[in-house]
Write a protein that binds this ligand. Sequence first.
Ligand code: ATP
Ligand code: MG
Length: 170
Amino acid sequence: MKIEIPEFALVLLVGASGTGKSSFAARHFRPTEVISSDAMRGWVCDDESDQAATPDAFAMLHALARTRLKNRRLTVIDATNVQPAARKSLVALAREAHALVVAIVFDLPEAVAVARNAARAGRDIGAGVVSRQMRDLHRGLRGMRSEGIRYTHVLHTAAEVDAVTITRTR
Ligand code: ATP
Ligand code: MG
């Protein structure tokens, strides 16, 4: 799949844990373009997996996204973004800055995500968590256009994810 992204945009990576968002971000975007909720947990408390740090981490994520968008920098949000409320607050930041919002959805089979998470060191993400995230994702998928997301690209398999090319448009 060829995905076109405007040079100035807010890109939301959307998908359950283990679906490959961070790997995709590292492959296609510059490190400074990507704001990750896990990295933010690390910044605020030295522990990327500390769930108690989530409110602080997202406050920082929003602040940094707002600042980058004010400076008209392409900004990629590497968080699960499966809940409409999480996307809405980010879309609102884009609207403030007149940035287009593009979503890339990692709608991979649940078994793939569960197996990958099981193989990850230093992570303990249960099948129940993934299953809930998948349910949230599927419930909200059709409403994304009305949330203010201009383009939504849905990837269904690891092969599709690996075949993506991204071009930036003016
Ligand atoms: P989280 O939401 O928990 O941060 P994530 O969506 O960012 O998860 P990644 O960390 O990118 O997921 O990937 C999870 C695991 O799957 C990693 O161990 C990674 O090596 C593996 N993985 C990611 N993308 C692919 C791929 N395209 N093909 C094979 N394995 C992959
Ligand atoms: Mg990740």
